[in-house]
Design a protein around this ligand. Structure first.
Ligand SMILES: [Zn+2]
Ligand SMILES: [Zn+2]
Length: 347
């Protein structure tokens, strides 16, 4: 007897550095799961790390963790969702019962799984996820809803940082994450944000999204920042992952101020601070990893337009375009790229 198995197109990392578009079996929603027809999945620096075999990538892998789409199959036992619901996905799949989950830090789950990082993700026509990871997005366009994950990470950073009202903030990095962080800071108490980036087009975009001052990276930028704010900035944040930036942060932070280390530095990198300076200037150093139940916060910022993302979407590519999208990630500023969305319906 002849059976026809349904298939779908997906981008697959088959080995470090090897990316292919393949036909894979169409996944079925199991108990407690939903299947999503992907409308838009954002490309992120993490995808480039995964392609290089970092982050303990288990290959073969369908990457893509910034996913929005429409529920097209509801598994047994799922409540609260139906076919046709537009949703954004939180990619973090946590066990709920380990040490960290029980402390409310589910992104540190000892049995951590994440869609598009350890299990099949959104650079595919369809993806299956626990229903508990899906969030209905109402009338929000799904291209905008695809920002729920990166903005959820930014929201976690804001919850960790707890900006005080009328803070003067400094931000290094005006890539897609920096531009989300800029807007989140302004929505969370910062009275002004000064943005530093090497690329002038990005600084222009930062100004259009509310940056009060922008400076282009140069050998003189640190003394320029000291001249601008002789008492320092109440908040100094970075979305660059560059050690030469992090190294300077304590010297630019006002007494009593806070530093947010948001970018992903190489694991083996280190910087040296004066502990005396941290002590004597009452400085707070804040780290922020991934997202933690912050998708609703992100969706609220997006729905209320307190955070605008339309101008960050510079490219829409089909699944086959993931190669090109990762090339843009590898060369910041290339083709003016900010956020690239993979849209499986494009051919
Ligand atoms: Zn990401
Ligand atoms: Zn856990």
């Amino acid at each position: 007897m002849l059976t026809t198995t349904k298939t779908m197109r997906a981008a697959v990392i088959t080995a470090p550095g090897q990316l292919e578009t393949r036909e894979l079996p169409l996944p079925e929603a199991g108990p407690g799961q939903v299947r999503i027809k992907v409308v838009a999945t954002g490309v992120c620096g993490t995808d480039l790390h995964l392609l290089r075999g970092h982050f303990h990538a288990v290959l073969p892998l369908v990457p893509g963790h910034e996913i929005a789409g429409i529920i097209d199959q509801v598994g047994p036992g799922v409540r609260g969702f139906k076919e046709g619901d537009p949703v954004a996905l939180d990619p973090v799949v946590s066990c709920g019962s380990c040490h960290y989950c029980q402390k409310g830090l589910r992104q540190h789950c000892e049995h951590y799984q994440a869609l598009g990082v350890t299990t099949a993700g959104g650079f595919a026509e369809y993806v299956v996820a626990p229903a508990t990871n899906a969030y209905t997005v109402g009338p929000l366009p799904l291209e905008v809803a695809a920002f729920a994950e990166p903005l959820g990470c930014v929201a976690w950073g804001i919850l960790r940082l707890r900006p005080e009202p009328a803070s003067k903030a400094l931000l290094f990095g005006a890539g897609p994450i920096g531009l989300l962080l800029l807007q989140a800071l302004l929505a969370s108490g910062a009275s002004s944000v000064t943005v530093v980036d090497p690329i002038s087009e990005r600084l222009e975009l930062a100004r259009s999204l509310g940056a009060n001052r922008t400076l282009q990276t140069s050998p003189e930028v640190i003394p320029q920042l000291r001249d601008l704010e002789p008492y320092g900035f109440d908040i100094v944040s970075e979305a660059t992952g560059r050690t030469e930036v992090v190294q300077e942060m304590p010297n630019l932070t006002a007494r009593g101020g806070k530093m947010l280390i948001f970018g992903v530095s190489p694991e083996e990198a280190s910087v040296s601070f004066s502990p005396y300076q941290i002590y004597h200037h009452d400085l707070t150093v804040v780290g922020s990893f991934s997202l933690n139940a912050t998708v609703p916060m992100a969706l609220e910022w997006l729905s209320s337009k307190r955070v605008q993302v339309e101008s960050l979407i510079t490219h829409r590519l089909p699944i086959e375009g993931l190669h090109q999208a990762l090339d843009y990630k590898n060369h910041p500023g290339m083709a003016g790229a900010q956020k690239v969305l993979i849209k499986p319906d494009l051919l």
